[in-house]
Ligand binder design. Structure first.
Ligand code: GTP
Ligand code: MG
Length: 589
């Protein structure tokens, strides 16, 4: 296809504003998917996405459309809205010239609307502002229009009003895509340069790399090179997304498609790498590699254990398989004396952790436990101590909250109680934006749900990690009969450590049964006991069979029982019913 008849565009929006539903209508209008095969949010192919109704991976599809007797190829990439998966969006945008910025008419501008808008601007994309869900009674078309004009400087007449559900105005939006978005830049006669914007592992075909051809072209059977990784390979198959893979003979400048090479190890195909020819002659012409991406860092770490300790090996296999298609996942082995062998796994955020847990359950039929969430601390030598002491540094973020104006007060209260310091507060048409400097760990401590409930669900959040700062931490441990329960220990802020220890000890007391022996539960902060709970033993009634009042004999028996008991405390291995422990761990989920 001629370059001028190609359009590459993304649909970007906040969570749930209707991206995948709009993609459905495009697939229908362009007859890309036959009617009988159509299903809601068609591009969300993986089962977790389908069941939860959220997109977690970018999804490209090529559509054919004819306008005024000209045929066009429209490459659409649907993206996730949730902040944990922002990396998918930035990769998508790098492969496109334009984007549809979708805003739910009942919600207005929210955190990821702004975040994705900024990213698209940074990458110089042309945007089409679209207000969706105009079929709903609660649609606030006028004020959302004002918001778009005020916040993003769009012109009134640029905005297109649609219902992705009913299909209203969707066809004119598709025409606007052709008319308003630029054709792909790039030169056909130049040396091949392709941007690898995603890669998945297929059990049968090996690594499938998603590529946007920036310059030149690539043919089936050609020898290519992954520039940064310096790996050469031959293309055994290539083609485009329909959305399933459809083979073709070549991909040329401006096109989006997939390539399959002999490479079986996905770690060898780096997303963001530049695909080029392995022809030495051409390569000497000073090839400029494409900019690529910043790889996202895992932010939240959980202990991941099989519920059944025998499943450890199987869990290891499952994680290895998952990382083939989810390269943001990282893990190392760890051991707990209560849960056995497991892993410390790094995730992009809490939703990512939840989704991985569900995938392990569904795809591998394995029940797992997530324990002790933690942020990634850094250590540095303590300059104020002569010895080799270390200080712990924790990640801080700029937290940005978008909220209807009425909730600003409540939001400020919550953020202040979470070690936040206000950086900025701005009022707009119908919403306000607050930004705070705050430890990232507040996400693990539940700030998202606190802000959601304080704003009746209206507040939305975005963040960027800004720096590492010294953290005043203390080690909280819980012991039963002097034996520390490793899965219940954690690093807490010093000013919260004692109350955390007390709460945990109290809860453990409530979930444990009496035993033959006395159980003493201690909460310990930095080695110092700060709280103590006691569960008395069953009292075997040694006197029951005695009648009459032989005082001396009774005393003897009680004395003997006492001795027996102290022996038991000494010898008894503490045994915690698994369920009691799990009930405490699973609170974290
Ligand atoms: N009434 C109405 N509902 C819509 C419209 N568009 C989408 N929805 C509904 O909004 C919900 C979210 O739609 P999705 O298409 O999954 O939203 P999304 O933007 O892809 O969400 P994420 O991928 O999770 O960010 C679904 O229940 C849709 O049926 C619309 O125009 N009108
Ligand atoms: Mg979606």
């Amino acid at each position: 296809m001629e370059q001028k008849n190609i359009r590459n565009f993304a649909i970007i929006a906040h969570v749930d504003h209707g991206k995948s539903t709009l993609a459905d209508r495009f697939l229908e209008i362009t007859k890309t998917v036959p009617k009988e095969k159509m299903a809601e949010q068609f591009l969300d192919q993986n089962p977790i996405s389908r069941r939860r109704g959220i997109t977690i991976k970018l999804a490209p599809v090529r559509m054919n459309y004819t306008l005024n007797a000209e045929s066009y190829i429209l490459n659409l990439i649907d993206t996730p809205g949730h902040v944990d998966f922002s990396y998918e969006v930035s990769r998508t945008l790098a492969a496109c010239e334009g984007a549809i910025l979708l805003v739910d008419a009942t919600q207005g501008i929210q955190a990821q609307t702004v975040a994705h808008f900024r990213e698209a601007k940074k990458q110089n994309l042309v945007m089409i502002p679209v207000i969706n869900k105009i079929d709903l009674e609660a649609a606030q078309v006028e004020s959302v229009t004002k918001e778009l004009v005020e916040t993003f400087k769009f012109k009134n007449e640029e905005i297109i009003y649609i219902s992705a559900k009913t299909g209203k105005n969707v066809e004119s939006l598709l025409e606007a895509v052709i008319k308003r978005l630029p054709m792909p830049k790039g030169e056909k006669d130049k040396t091949l340069r392709g941007l690898i914007f995603d890669a998945v592992y297929d059990e049968f075909r090996g690594v499938v790399a998603y590529v946007r051809i920036v310059d030149g072209q690539v043919l089936k059977g050609e020898k290519v090179k992954f520039y940064q990784n310096n790996i050469e390979s031959e293309i055994t198959d290539l083609g485009y997304f329909s959305p399933h893979l459809v083979a073709a003979d070549d991909l040329t400048t401006g096109e989006i498609g997939y390539i399959i090479t002999g490479i079986k190890d996905i770690r060898k195909v780096r997303v963001g790498d530049t695909l080029t020819t392995s022809n030495f002659q051409l390569l000497t012409s000073n090839l400029e590699p494409l900019p690529g991406y910043k790889i996202p860092k895992p932010m939240v770490f959980f202990g991941v254990y099989p519920r059944n300790t025998h499943d450890f090996i199987y869990l290891r296999e499952s994680l290895a398989k998952l990382t083939l298609n989810d390269t943001a996942l990282s893990y190392t082995e760890e051991y707990s004396s209560y849960l056995g062998s497991g892993f410390r796994v790094g995730f992009l955020g809490l939703l990512h952790a939840q989704i991985v847990k569900e995938r392990i359950k569904q795809e591998f039929n394995l029940e797992i436990l997530l324990t002790m969430p933690q942020v990634l601390y850094e250590k540095k030598p303590d300059p104020s101590s002569a010895s080799s002491g270390q200080v712990m540094l924790e990640p801080y973020m700029k937290l940005i909250v978008y909220t209807p104006k009425d909730y600003v007060g409540q939001i400020m209260n919550i953020c202040q109680s979470r070690k936040g310091s206000l950086l900025d507060l701005n009022y707009h048409e119908s919403y306000a934006v607050l930004s705070y400097d705050m430890p990232y760990s507040m996400f693990i401590r539940g700030i998202s749900s606190d802000l959601k409930s304080a704003s009746e669900g209206f507040a939305s959040l975005d963040y960027e990690v800004t720096s590492y700062k010294e953290a005043d931490l203390a080690k909280v441990e819980i012991k039963i009969n002097d034996i520390p329960i490793d899965v219940l220990s954690e690093l807490a802020y010093k000013d919260e450590a004692i109350s955390t220890a007390r709460k945990k000890a109290q809860r453990l007391k409530n979930s444990l049964q009496r035993q033959q022996f006395r159980q003493i539960i201690q909460g310990v902060v930095d080695g110092e006991i700060v709280t103590r709970e006691e569960i008395p033993p069953f009292r075997k009634d040694v006197l029951a069979k005695m009648s009459g009042g032989d005082r001396g004999r009774k005393d003897k028996l009680l004395e003997a029982q006492k001795k027996g008991k102290s022996r038991m405390i000494l010898h008894a291995k503490i045994s915690i019913p698994q369920e009691a422990l799990l009930s405490m761990i699973e609170e974290n989920d």
